[in-house]
Structure formats: structure tokens, C-alpha cells
Design a protein around this ligand. Structure first.
Ligand code: NAG
Ligand code: NAG
Ligand code: NAG
Length: 260
């Protein structure tokens, strides 16, 4: 067991303990619950953005229909995503994934290889609030939906982020990534962003298109938006794709959601 896993176990124990204490919620420990609604096994991954300790041990296996919960400390900022088509080395020391791979590690210390759908969080940011969004700016591998629950949820700002449909089913041929092995062979396992596929300023919002006024939606970003209406479909997408909750909210993150 490595240090990150021991740390996450201790955090888990801490949450079980703190839940039994009156007023623990006022301390604002967030719990992430990850649910695999895909028909296949995924390996969720987490990456801390502000040199904070890993949450959820940095990554783990999640069977279809299974849920797992772990704490997100106040002040944590980072991203979560799913890896698919993964094959673990016999030793258990490495993991090769068709999508979202983080340099072959089980516990991620690097971001996931695009195309990958991202859920991004800052817990206890400005004014003690949480900020979150789902982003397809780096492309899409599986749908992600983020729903906030808990006593302090303000429904006008603290809504459902992400997808309710499958972008892979709508992905145009020029953006498709085909699975290579096993049951994924020949199926579309991910959909590249137009920026990654074509590298032009128009799609990447760079150069003459490097600002919110000069980089608008494209036919590709509109396809992403159709399946994931409350997600960033390109770099300068509608700012309402970011959500804000008061301290004390809990988050259910569903992979392959088909409804809110
Ligand atoms: C996972 O969580 C969902 C939503 O809370 C629930 O409906 C489902 O029964 C849970 N599944 C398992 C295996 O615990
Ligand atoms: C909910 O958010 C809206 C918009 O920011 C704000 O006007 C309102 O005061 C908030 N309500 C609560 C209970 O925090
Ligand atoms: C999970 O997926 C099934 C179809 O595969 C769908 O009917 C169901 O609504 C999904 N659940 C959620 C919470 O999205």
C-alpha cells in the first residue's frame, strides 16, 4: 500500500468518524460519490490541481452499477475523469487504458490523455463556495453528470452539470477514436475535440480567435452541446457552464448518465 492510498484510507476513516460528531457538517467536509452507470468497467481517476493530496487515492476500478464515496477536503481543487478499456499489469503496478490514460499509472499524478471528459472542482473557493463544471474542451470519452445534494444547495446556481446523452453515438467520422481491443474493437470509444483533430485557431480559440468575442461555437462544439448541454463544449463556451454551491454541498458524479 503506497502513501497516497494510506492517506485516502485515513481520510475515509476521518469522515466516518466526523459524521458521528455533532456539527461535523459545519466543518464543511465534502463527500464525492462516484457512480458507474456505464455498461462496462471504468477506472475513475483524480488529479489535484493545487499540489493538494490526492483524493480517492488518485484512481481505482469501478464495476458497472457500483458506487464509491470519498472525501474532498475544503480547499481542494482538481479534476476527475474516467479511464476506459483498461488492462492492469499482472503485478498491479501499472494500468494501460484505451482512453483517459495517465502515463500508465493506477494512481494518477498526471492528467488523462485526451480525448477525455473532465469534471473540474474547487471546494471552498471564493466566499467559501464550491465551483464545478464538466468540460469537453479536451474532447469526450464517457458522459459525466454532476449533481449537488445537501442542505445548503442553492438550486438557482447549484445545478446539474454535464451530460444526459452519449457523444460517441453522435461523433462525426473525422473526430472518432476507434477501440482497438476486446469488446471495444471497432466501436467509437472517444470523440476528439475539433481543436485536437484540426489544430486551427478557429477551433482552438487561439491567434485571431483568441478571445471570447472572436471564438464562437462551431458545428463540432454544437454536437457536444447537444448531448452535454450543461458542459463546456469549447474554450469560451457560455459562462453558465460553471456552477456554484454553498459550503456543505455533496456531489454525486455519474459516469454514462442518461438522465439528470
Ligand atoms: C448507487 O447510487 C445510486 C444513486 O444514489 C443508487 O440508486 C444505487 O442503488 C447505488 N448502487 C449501489 C450498488 O449501491
Ligand atoms: C442563491 O443564489 C442567488 C444567485 O446568486 C442569490 O441571489 C440568492 O441569495 C442565493 N440564495 C441563498 C439561500 O443562498
Ligand atoms: C443509467 O443508464 C440507463 C441506461 O443504460 C438509463 O436508463 C438510466 O437512466 C441511467 N441512470 C442515470 C442516473 O443516468
Amino acid at each position: 500500500m503506497d502513501a497516497a492510498r494510506i492517506a485516502s484510507l485515513l481520510l475515509l476513516l476521518g469522515v466516518v468518524w466526523s459524521r458521528a460528531q455533532p456539527g461535523a457538517e459545519a466543518a464543511g467536509t465534502t463527500v464525492f460519490t462516484l457512480r458507474n452507470n456505464c455498461t462496462f468497467t471504468i477506472w475513475p481517476a483524480t488529479l489535484s490541481g493545487n499540489s493538494a493530496a490526492a483524493v480517492g487515492g488518485g484512481g481505482f476500478e469501478l464495476a458497472p452499477g457500483a458506487n464509491v464515496s470519498f472525501p474532498g477536503p475544503t480547499g481542494w481543487s482538481g479534476r476527475l475523469w474516467a479511464r476506459t478499456g483498461c488492462v492492469a499489469a499482472a503485478s498491479g503496478a501499472s494500468l494501460a487504458c484505451a482512453t483517459g490514460d495517465c502515463g500508465g499509472a493506477v494512481s494518477c499524478a498526471l492528467g488523462g490523455a485526451p480525448p477525455v471528459t473532465l469534471a473540474e472542482f474547487t471546494l471552498g473557493g471564493a466566499d467559501g463556495k464550491d465551483f464545478y463544471d464538466v468540460s469537453l474542451v479536451d474532447g469526450y470519452n464517457v458522459g459525466i453528470g454532476v449533481a449537488a445534494t445537501g442542505a445548503r444547495v442553492n438550486s438557482s446556481t447549484c445545478g446539474y452539470a454535464g451530460c444526459v446523452g452519449d457523444v460517441n453515438a453522435l461523433c462525426p467520422a473525422e473526430l472518432q477514436v476507434a477501440g482497438k481491443e476486446g469488446e471495444q474493437e471497432g466501436r467509437t470509444v472517444a470523440c476528439r475535440s475539433a481543436c485536437e483533430a484540426f489544430g486551427t485557431a478557429e477551433y482552438c480559440c487561439t491567434g485571431a480567435h483568441g478571445g471570447p468575442d472572436s471564438c464562437g461555437p462551431t458545428k463540432y462544439s454544437r454536437l457536444f452541446k447537444a448531448a452535454c448541454p450543461a458542459a463546456y463544449s469549447y474554450a469560451y463556451d457560455d459562462p453558465t457552464s460553471t456552477f456554484t454551491c454553498g459550503a456543505g454541498a455533496q456531489y454525486l458524479i455519474t459516469f454514462c448518465p442518461a438522465q439528470q
